[in-house]
Design a protein around this ligand. Sequence first.
Ligand code: XUL
Ligand code: CO
Length: 441
Amino acid sequence: MATIGNTEYFKGIGEITYEGKASDNPLAYKFYNPEQIVAGKSMREHFKFAMAYWHTLCGTGGDPFGPGTKNFPWATKNDPIEAAREKADAAFEFITKMGFDYYCFHDYDLVDEADSLAESEKRVLHMVDYLKEKMKASGVKLLWGTANLFSHPRYMNGAASNPNFDVVARAGAQLKIALDATMELNGENYVFWGGREGYMSLLNTDMKLEQDNIGRFMRMARDYARSQGFTGTFFIEPKPMEPSKHQYDFDAATSINFIREQGLEKDFKLNIEVNHATLAQHTFQHELQVAANAGMLGSIDANRGDYQNGWDTDQFPNNVLETAEAMLVFLKSGGLQGGGINFDAKTRRNSTDLEDIFIAHIGGADTFARGLLVADAVINNSSYEELLDNRYASFNSGKGLDFVRGSLSLTDLHDYAKLAGEPEQRSGKQELFENILNQYL
Ligand code: XUL
Ligand code: CO
């Protein structure tokens, strides 16, 4: 196992392998078979599964009503660098045991922020060197990096959207360090999630200036990274609210408009998160489709929400029906552009065994694998595609085709409709579509 430190943190757990549906081993994949080819690609290539550093190594289960419950055996040292190295050892032991190829981080997931910017930068640089060795030894890659521009009290009024230029500049400095770290580690992408980029009350907010400042901030990031040879993609991760009341990157459609308005469309795509979609009153698959339609389906943060409450519970995926519908969009739009599936999910506060972290990720990977298999079977073996095509068949010939080609005027519609009379009623067949999906689950 690729560890530089000697400690084994997940004792008694070996490499997780595929044992198939009949296995009752809780520490084996039942559906995720990394080398299995589906729709011309291995599952490993389709998904590019990634571990999220923050939930897996940093979050100990604290909530507004009580402290953390999880006694992680890493990050025990008082010295921040030593603690961070332990955390990295545990991270890489976990990723390699899972058989994942990727991870994602925020700058201060890697090491605690220091009192000064200079010292923080030094710490991050130290960890970049350490991670580089670990990545070389294990073959694990960085899917994306990001900067935590939302936790520190200085960002309480926003980072790039802060009304105080000094805070904007400080956020820019942090962004540069995080970008440098991402590039140094050959990160394939860079993410912007703007939890504090929004507002609580419009009364004290200049929305236009704040949004334009975010645009300027992102163009600076792009120009700097490109000047350093970064060829990866930038992603905006939409979320409608929490922690801000109104977040500017509300959903996919809003973020796409922002990307275009700010002239970022050549370099930016979207990272769609399941629970953020549902918070915006959309389905996950809706958000994927909106992104795909704009050519901006970049990456996925995998998790699930709770249908009975209204916040970001970040549970591990296990809703096969939801995921199968999402995988229909995924397969039909040619997969992700540059990104992968990052498990932005946390075990529950009362899941306190170390093996629970494995079980949770296994369940998540199996849910996506099963969803992919179902979607592939629906596309290839059922009447689904034909039914869908038939629904729109009137645009394939005659006046319908002329309309699609843009060769009809409003007067032409008027003349045609006058002759055609009352359109025949055609069923949407929703229940039939639903039954077909069910049949292949
Ligand atoms: C917060 C969230 C973040 C981003 C990265 O809801 O999803 O963890 O994925 O900042
Ligand atoms: Co996320």
